[in-house]
Write a protein that binds this ligand. Structure first.
Ligand SMILES: *Cc1c(COP(=O)(O)O)cnc(C)c1O
Length: 381
């Protein structure tokens, strides 16, 4: 039995043709017409003035912070419920990540807690040049409240929208929130370039700075002239070709992710103690990953039991992000903790959500879930 992945790439003949076109154009290096077109199309779709295609979402976070001068001595509040890339990028700059716990319902950075953290850091006279909210599993963070807090504390928002392309908050698409935002095109995201990312902003100087730092900080002269340390972070033109084809298919791919969300919601509707995570008001989410929350007291089983049963059927599922404040590597980082993210980590399980799942694969996942819930209900009766 082939195994079913959580969120595999969704590729078609269009992506294949795009790679060949880029190949035949002779533009194999980073930079080239496909990179320019990819940046322009994404900026247009999201209503941003500037887009810089980069080698990863992590690179975009790193340079986004550097472009604002974030460095040693600075503190950068971010969500504890995130993938390590967010916290790693903050650490690369020499700044200290400050982990903020989650709203128990949405799993997003808790704005009340952020306010407390900002106020405490101000009392300590610690510089907080940037806040990095994270759009968990494809749902936008509360940018209305976070943006307001950032303004009152003279800080800026770099939105980690790696997971949320296609989502919206307050009528504004993911990627357009904050003073700048980043996207990821890693293989498991809603669209992929196999590996890649993008930095988006309306600030022409910040965009130019990111572009400059991403090309080894090479000065604009004929010979190779360097006055500062740079990085090799540009996206290859071949991969931008894949990105263009994926962007054309994005809306259809997002619909299929939503279909999975709806199917899981129907499947667990009558299962006591099991609910779809982030289900409330989820019309504007991109449904990157659909997860369920399992209350073992009510359900009679835990998320780990469900994971094991699916694994036995060749189906991948995964706990939600282990919070950063519980990661050994960030043990000594400051954190504002309520326990909400840890509870989500213990009770949550992400289910196969990829848009490339075939009808047959979807049916296999659904019947594995039905079998598991059915056998548990019988045992309980
Ligand atoms: C995937 C992801 C990233 C990193 O993106 P890469 O392109 O893999 O470097 C950053 N933040 C979050 C929240 C992510 O899920």
């Amino acid at each position: 039995m082939t195994s079913i992945l959580l969120s595999g790439p969704d590729m078609s003949d269009a992506e294949r043709a795009a790679v060949i076109t880029a190949f035949d154009s002779g533009w194999i290096a980073p930079l080239g017409p496909a990179v320019d077109a990819f940046e322009q199309k994404m900026a247009e779709r999201l209503g941003r003035r500037h887009a810089v295609a980069l080698s990863s979402g992590t690179a975009a976070l790193h340079l986004g912070l550097l472009a604002w001068g974030v460095g040693p001595g600075d503190v950068v509040p971010t969500a504890t419920m995130t993938f390590a890339a967010t916290a790693n990028a903050i650490t690369y700059t020499g700044a200290t990540p400050y982990f903020v716990d989650a709203d128990p319902e949405t799993g997003q950075m808790d704005p009340d807690l952020l306010e407390e953290v900002m106020s405490e850091l101000r009392r300590q006279r610690r510089p907080v040049p940037a806040i990095v909210p994270v759009d968990l599993l494809g749902r936008c963070a509360d940018y209305t409240r976070i943006g307001d807090i950032a303004r009152r504390y003279d800080s800026r928002v770099l939105a980690d929208s790696a997971e949320s392309l296609g989502a919206e908050h307050a009528g504004i698409p993911a990627g357009k929130h904050g003073d700048a935002a980043i996207l990821s095109f890693n293989g498991n995201k809603v669209m992929t370039t196999s590996g890649g990312g993008m930095y988006l902003t309306d600030d022409v100087a910040a965009a130019a700075r990111v572009r400059f730092l991403a090309t080894q900080a090479r000065e604009p002269v004929a010979h190779y002239e360097h006055r500062e340390i740079g990085y090799n972070y540009r996206l290859s033109n071949l991969l931008a070709g894949v990105g263009l084809a994926q962007l054309d298919r994005l809306d259809g791919m997002l619909e299929r992710r939503r279909d999975r969300r709806e199917a899981y919601a129907r499947l667990v509707a009558d299962v006591p103690g099991v609910e779809v995570f982030q289900r409330e008001d989820d019309e504007r989410d991109n449904c990157w990953l659909t997860a369920v929350l399992v209350d073992p007291e009510v359900a009679g089983f835990g998320a780990a039991d469900l994971e094991a049963a699916l694994r036995g059927a060749g189906i991948e599922s995964r706990p939600l992000w282990k919070p950063m404040h519980l990661q050994p590597v960030f043990e000594s980082a400051p954190a504002g903790i309520t326990g909400a993210a840890e509870r989500l980590f213990v009770t949550g399980l992400a289910l196969p959500s990829g848009s490339g799942l075939t009808g047959e694969e979807c049916a296999r996942v659904d019947s594995a879930l039905e079998d598991f819930f059915g056998s548990r209900a019988e045992r309980a009766a």
